[in-house]
Design a protein around this ligand. Structure first.
Ligand code: FIX
Ligand code: ZN
Length: 413
């Protein structure tokens, strides 16, 4: 084996052995029961696969959506795995999950895969998935505006400490007028005007939910046209409520930039697209608010370089993840290399964005591979410059990239 191949193998081994703290997912604490999705059908109806399958399906979108989950999953399996080779990243993900769970999809048809998942006890399966994926903790996406999850938070439950809360506030910022009746119904005396009284009530709402769920950070996904400063409800709420709240509670504000919602509404959740963001907004936020902490991830490939350069200028900005359409080996490699070359290890290369528990297995297997190879390339270059790294240094770097740099940034383990 060549020296380079040995180095890659050494780094892959260490990165694989390092537990990851997954800083953004759509998974739920097991106490939420059926909201924590799992199994072959949920894997197959993942919206990444839905949009790919629509390229092959002959049935109309309404008939697809009218069908039950098992029928939808069968359509997707047939379109993407039987009638075509599953070479896309999302298809490969399903195969990695099955393979690492010890299942052979070449020898097991869909009904037998379903039977296997149905036989697993949820608790044992959760432990198995976290162990195989080597995931130490996951951040959830917790929205007080979500009628499915809000009641349980209000009632209270015993938390699984591995499931960390993060406060999601898209409706508040993107549909202020639509949020008003909901906030009022929860006892917050808000009206449409952009005035200090309303700011006070929004801050009370944010503080109540931050305390109730122990939110590690507060987050929003924003369209490409998001502007700051601007004469918009979103900019007003961010400046006067979200950022003062963040300063008071030591809470970072995460911006997920560049999603164009419902580009094709017929595809439902699978119908969102991407656009290049005007990162001047992020620059203004960072420049005007040095006492806040910002996390940012950009959906558009074209924004990646500017984001990294901004992070060089503003230490209180933490780039994270290769999000959604950028979570492919090719783009994640390009972005991770760029970040390593310009930021060292002071960023978080990946989050899983998992919506189904089992996806942790593939998201982290694939991401670890990308991260390890990018790191190994840097180490090979360092060796040429007379700085061969030792194992302790590789362990330290892997820990930083898999959650350590983020914990340092937040000032919280
Ligand atoms: O806004 C988000 O948090 C996105 O991750 C989701 O809305 C998106 O649907 C997704 O699952 C991307 O991976
Ligand atoms: Zn997400």
């Amino acid at each position: 084996m060549s020296a380079d191949a040995l180095l890659v193998e050494r780094v892959e081994r260490i990165v694989d052995a390092t537990p990851v703290h997954d800083i953004h997912t759509h998974l739920y604490d097991p106490a939420f029961g059926s909201l924590l999705l799992s199994g072959i059908d949920d894997l197959l109806v993942y919206h990444y696969l839905v949009s790919e399958s629509f390229r092959h399906l002959t049935l109309p979108a309404e008939s697809f959506w009218a069908a039950d989950k098992i029928t939808q999953a069968t359509h997707i399996w047939d379109a993407l795995f039987v009638r075509h080779s599953p070479v896309s990243e999302a298809c490969r993900g399903v195969l990695t999950v099955l393979h690492r769970l010890g299942l052979d999809p070449r020898r097991n048809d869909l009904p037998s895969l379903r039977r296997w998942f149905a036989e697993q006890s949820p608790d044992t399966h959760l432990e198995r998935v976290l162990k195989i994926a080597n995931v130490a903790s996951v951040c959830m996406t917790n929205s007080p505006f979500d009628d499915a999850e809000r009641p349980l938070w209000e009632r209270g439950f015993t938390r699984d400490p591995r499931f960390i809360a993060a406060l999601r506030i898209d409706p508040l910022l993107l549909d202020w007028h639509g949020s008003i009746p909901r906030l009022q119904s929860w006892g917050y005396a808000v009206t449409r005007e952009r005035n200090p009284a309303n700011v006070g009530e929004v801050r009370r709402f944010l503080a109540d939910w931050t305390r109730r769920i122990d939110a590690r950070y507060c987050m929003v996904s924003l369209p490409p046209e998001f502007a700051f400063p601007a004469d918009t409800d979103a900019a007003w709420l961010i400046e006067h409520a979200v950022l003062p709240h963040g300063r008071e509670h030591g809470q970072a504000f995460a911006l997920m930039l560049g999603v164009k919602r419902a580009v094709n509404p017929a595809l439902q959740l699978a119908g969102d697209g991407v656009g290049c963001s005007e990162l001047g907004a992020l620059r203004h936020l960072c420049a005007a608010h040095p006492d806040n902490r910002f996390m940012a991830t950009c959906l558009s490939r074209e924004n990646q370089h500017e984001l990294v350069v901004l992070a060089r200028k503003f230490p209180h900005l933490h780039p994270f993840g290769c999000w959604w359409f950028t979570n492919t080996p090719q783009l994640a490699t390009e972005i991770t290399r760029m970040r390593l070359e310009l930021l060292g290890t002071s960023f978080t290369p990946q989050h899983s964005d998992a919506r189904v528990l089992d996806q942790l297995v593939y998201k982290w297997a694939h991401s670890r591979r990308v991260i390890a190879r990018c790191l190994a390339d840097r180490y090979a270059d360092l060796k040429e410059s007379g700085w061969p790294v030792d194992d302790a240094e590789i362990h330290r770097d892997a820990r930083e990239l898999l959650g350590g740099a983020f914990a340092t940034f937040l000032g919280r383990p």
